[in-house]
Design a protein around this ligand. Structure first.
Ligand SMILES: Cc1cc2nc3c(=O)[nH]c(=O)nc-3n(C[C@H](O)[C@H](O)[C@H](O)COP(=O)(O)O)c2cc1C
Length: 329
């Protein structure tokens, strides 16, 4: 019997905020779970309401999984229990963020060279938290074999899920993910394992599915930001082009309504340009479209660039893949 495919939208700090997630679930859909970007510095005494603004009030429309970036068990316990009181059932712990200013504090992928520290933290967290904990991680920070000391630790705890992005932190988001390394690790983990990394378009997804037979849980990231309908394509339920165009326009309109509420033109444009950095890949001549939008210096110029873009044909699969690759160089 065919297993059910679970699709989760990857978190993107600076892009997939509440407004994006709401607009996505209203107009695009196709994903079972939407991961919120990490929050950090939430503290160990009381969580400041500002830190929760992206997550509270709880949204019943989409299943959102909040994420924390932290190296403090107390902080994770407090945030987890606070979110549980507001209706969330899972908190994802970010053990994958690769940036050196974070990693050198033993946060994100910077925790991976320290399996004993991870063990002590999980022991405390799992003893005191009332929310399910899942983990999003990489093969290692410096070396891909760091994971061989990490999975035995993770296996000791009742975690809900492990999301594995088969790159090292050192690689950042460049080069290629290593799905063969993921394949080799599938039997090691006792928890449900989700694949994340370089699901650039539908043909790449099909290749990955061949490489990982029986894999049911997938987390596409930039592939969905490039083509928001990728999850529908994966489910073999792609709407026709007219329908996609009108839903994409509605999605974009809602993003712009949110942008209008951000104080300051440059911040407004900054957020919309971050979205378009990827979304440009949906249209023919993606690189040109992306450049035109990036170069717009004010709202009027941006609006004109967007209107021009929406008149372009949708890009084909080969162009989407090469646009994805251009972002990973
Ligand atoms: C701009 C940007 C922001 C990101 N923010 C987060 C984040 O907040 N939390 C997280 O776990 N991963 C974050 N990631 C990583 C993505 O969720 C994802 O793991 C990565 O892009 C690999 O998947 P993909 O190849 O399908 O895009 C971010 C990546 C980028 C490029």
């Amino acid at each position: 019997m065919e297993t059910k495919t679970t699709l989760s939208l990857a978190p993107f700090r600076g892009i997939t905020n509440r407004a994006f997630r709401n607009a996505f679930s209203r107009h695009i859909g196709g994903c079972d779970l939407l991961y919120a970007p990490f929050i950090s510095g939430t503290g160990t005494k009381k969580v400041h309401p500002d830190k929760l603004r992206d997550l509270i009030p709880f949204n019943h429309r989409a299943t959102v999984i909040p994420q924390i970036l932290s190296n403090s068990a107390e902080e994770i316990i407090l945030l987890g229990n606070t979110l549980s009181d507001h209706g969330y059932r899972t908190l994802n712990w970010n053990l994958g963020c690769p940036f050196s200013r974070i990693a050198h504090k033993k946060k994100g992928s910077g925790m991976l060279p320290y399996p004993e520290l991870l063990d002590r933290m999980l022991d405390k967290i799992c003893g005191q938290v009332h929310i399910g904990i899942s983990v999003k991680t990489r093969l290692g920070h410096q070396h891909p074999d760091e994971i061989s000391k990490i999975w035995p630790v993770l296996n000791r705890y009742p975690l809900e899920e492990i999301i594995l992005h088969p790159r090292t932190g050192k690689q950042l988001y460049r080069g290629q993910a290593d799905p063969a390394a993921f394949a080799a690790l599938r039997k090691a983990f006792r928890h449900p394992l989700t694949y994340n990394g370089d699901i650039a378009n539908i043909s790449v997804f099909h290749k990955l599915r061949e490489l990982l037979p029986g894999q049911s849980s997938w987390m596409p990231g930039r592939g969905i930001l490039i083509d928001p309908f990728l999850a529908h394509a994966i489910r073999n339920a792609l709407p026709d082009e007219k329908n996609r165009r009108s839903r994409l326009a509605d999605f974009h309109r809602e993003l712009q309504e949110h942008a209008a509420s951000i104080p300051g033109e440059s911040k407004q444009l900054g957020w919309m340009k971050a979205v378009w950095h990827y979304l440009a890949g949906s249209f023919e001549n993606s690189a040109g479209v992306s450049e035109r939008i990036k170069q717009s210096r004010n709202r009027q110029a941006f609006q004109a660039a967007v209107e021009y873009t929406f008149q372009q044909p949708f890009s084909g699969e080969a162009e989407k893949e090469s646009y994805f690759k251009s972002l990973t160089r």
